[in-house]
Design a protein. Structure first.
Length: 262
């Protein structure tokens, strides 16, 4: 699928200069199910890792693994990188010695996040004809669950290859909702434990000013894909209907439970 993602640039590189950021000793890859909150986790982690260790070229995905993987995942020159990496023999080999985080999201909410993205002006690709009322909101939601024939994959395929397949490896699964809940209660011991573990899984210690760093990275004004920063061409519900929830459960039975939801 050829697509162009447009949106406001963030200023976090400049904003983050006020923090004394640590150096990685091993490469880190922030993997995620597409539309699971990639920018949120990435932006938070940018506030903890030395700027010259940020992989800035592009999101690393399977299609460009051979071009980017050897350098981005080098043990000799550790970097933190991000992207959407499906499971395969090549990706398993490439990520063998990398600290690997896999971000997931409740499939019920993911369906709506994916729909908002495809209906936004910021996305330009092979589904433009469904925008501006070209297809009903209900039908767009069904496309996000079951796929659009020949154009976009279905929910089960995406979650299976981008998340479930990594669960049997050394990858660490992180739920988007746990990040959001911790952000809402940042002063709590629970939030401290959550972000302490996330940083530890990336090979980093929790600094004294971690709350300031997390708040800075999580600032939605600096995220080009935050829902309020997308210009969506159709109205979508805030929560998935009971019918659409049943379709998700029919299409991918057991998925939510496997990921820790439900």
């Amino acid at each position: 699928m050829n697509a162009i993602i447009r949106g406001k640039p963030d200023n976090l590189d400049e904003i983050g200069q006020r923090f004394d950021r640590a150096r990685l000793t091993t490469p880190v890859y922030l993997n995620s199910v597409p539309k699971a909150g990639t920018h949120l986790m990435r932006n938070i982690m940018r506030m903890f890792v030395a700027p010259d260790q940020h992989w800035r070229r592009e999101y690393i995905q399977h299609a460009i693994l051979r071009q980017n993987g050897p350098e981005a995942f080098s043990k000799a020159k550790p970097m933190i990188s991000w992207g959407h990496m499906l499971f395969s023999d090549e990706s398993a080999v490439a990520l063998r010695d990398v600290r690997h985080i896999v971000l997931v999201r409740d499939p019920y909410d993911w369906v709506l996040a994916r729909a908002r993205f495809y209906l936004s002006d910021e996305f330009q690709g092979n589904l433009n004809h469904i925008k501006n009322g070209g297809a009903s909101a209900e039908d767009v939601i069904m496309m996000m669950i079951l796929g659009a024939h020949g154009r976009v994959p279905d929910l089960k395929d995406i979650f299976s290859m981008n998340a479930v397949a990594w669960m049997g490896s050394s990858a660490v699964l992180v739920r988007y909702e746990d990040i959001v809940d911790s952000l809402k209660d940042l002063g709590s011991k629970r939030a401290e434990a959550f972000f302490g573990k996330l940083l530890s899984d990336c090979g980093l210690d929790l600094p004294a000013d971690w709350r300031d760093r997390v708040e800075t990275g999580a600032d939605r004004r600096e995220s080009r894909t935050a829902s309020e920063n997308l210009s969506v061409t159709a109205d979508l519900p805030k929560t998935l209907s009971e019918t659409h929830k049943r379709v998700v459960d029919f299409h991918a039975p057991g998925l939510r439970a496997l990921l820790g939801y439900g």
